[in-house]
Design a protein. Structure first.
Length: 83
């Protein structure tokens, strides 16, 4: 989901990719978004080299968080982390 993300319009591309994956894999949209969020955090941490990191991966964290919150209609922490 994070491969070759452009600097512009990354939100729209990630949203479209999640919709494609959801339809092909027949899994819940929320589950896929949470996986994407987790993957983006891990990918960012793996890209850290001294003080540098992959900014594209870092930006994708907030994109997945925003998509999760839009889908759930509430803040990510309240919906998914307090269960």
């Amino acid at each position: 989901m994070l491969n070759k993300l452009p600097e512009q319009e990354a939100y729209e591309i990630i949203k479209k990719r999640t919709e494609i994956f959801m339809s092909k894999l027949n899994i819940s949209y929320e589950r896929l978004l949470l996986w994407g969020y987790s993957h983006a955090v891990l990918a960012t941490s793996w890209s850290v080299d001294g003080e540098n990191y992959d900014e594209c991966f870092f930006k994708s964290i907030s994109i997945f968080k925003s998509l999760c919150e839009s889908s759930a209609g509430a803040k990510l922490e309240k919906v998914y982390l307090n269960d």
